[in-house]
Design a protein around this ligand. Sequence first.
Ligand code: F6P
Length: 364
Amino acid sequence: MRKNNRLGILTGGGDCPGLNSVIRAITKSAISKYDMDVIGFLDGFKGLVENDYIRLDLKTISAIGYRGGTILGSSNRDNPFKYLGHKNGEETWSDQSDRAIDTLNNLGLDGLIVIGGDGSLHIAEQFHNKGVQIIAVPKTIDNDLSATDVTFGFNTAVDTASDALDRLHTTAESHHRVMILEVMGRYAGWIALHAGISGGAHVILIPEIPYEIEHIVNKIRYRQWHDKKFSIIVVAEGAAPLGGEKVVQKMVPESHDPVRLGGIGNMLAKEIEDLINTETRVTVLGHLQRGGSPIPYDRILSARYGVAAVEAFVAGKCGCMVSLQGNTIVTVPIRDAIEQLKRVDPQSDLVEAARAIAISFGDR
Ligand code: F6P
C-alpha cells in the first residue's frame, strides 16, 4: 500500500464558521483524488486520547459545507500534554500524549490534520516534535495567527459584528444613547477594528491601543455639541485603559490559555454614565460571533485550505500549516504561526484610515 494513505483529522479549540467546509474539502479530495481512508477524531484532542472517532466518507460529509459548527465536535479544554483526570475525587493533570500517539498507530494512520487556532497549534507543534506527521489549518475568529494573511472564520465574525452595529445604530439614534458593542478577539483587536470601520463606529477600543476614558467622553460630547445625539462604541474584550488591566471573566485551568476575557463593556458603560449624563447601553455579542453559517468568503477559503492540507500530507510535508499569502495558498512551519500572536499594528494604514474618518481609539 502507498504510504500516506490513511489520514486522521480533528477540530480543536473554540469552534468557528467554516470548520465543516474544511472537513468536507479534506475528505472529498482525500477520497476522490487519492482514494484514502479518513478518520475524524471527536471533540478535538480528547478523541485522540480516548480513541473516539468516526470514519469520514462521502456520505458523512454530504451537504455540510454551508453549516456552522463542526460535525466532529471541538474542545478548548483538552490538552493531551496536560490532560485532566480524576483520582479519589480529586482533579489530576497528566501527560497523555503517548496514549494519543498509540491511537494513531493502532489505527494505522500516517498523519494528522489539526484544524485549530493558537492553542491547538501549540499542541500540534508538540506532537510534531514527537515525530507525528502533522499538517495544520489556521482557524479562529480572532485572526491572531502569524504567518498567514487571514484565518478562516474571521470574516464571518466581522460580518456578524458589523450587522450588530448596523442594528445598534438605529436604536441608538432613536433614543439618543451611547451604545457599546463588546466583541471577542482575545489579545488582538482585529474583529473590533474591522467591524468598527465597516459598521460606522465612532469609537473603537482595541488591546493594542490603551485608552483613556477622558478621550472617549470628549468624543461623545463633541458629537453632542454638533447635534449628533448618539454614539456607537465597539470594544474588544481584551481592550484596557492606559496603565490598567484587562477584564477577566473566568479561568479554565486545563485550557492551553486558561484566561477567558469579558466584561469591559459594562465597566465602560458605568464610567461613561458617571461622567456624562447620557444613557448608555451594552450589548455583549459573545458566541453569536462563532455560530451560524460561514459567509461565502470563508466557505471558499476553507475549501482551499482543506484541499491544500491534503496535498501537503501527500507530499509528505511535516509540521507545516497551510497559509494564505496574497492570493496564494502556501505552506509555512507551524512554529512561525505560533511564535508570536499577530496583533493590530497601531501605525498600520488601516488604523490611520480609521482615524482619518474621525474614528477615535480613545488615546488622543
Ligand atoms: O478564540 C476564540 C474565542 O471565541 C475568543 O475570541 C474568546 O476569547 C474565547 O474563544 C471564548 O472562549 P469560550 O468558548 O471558552 O468562552
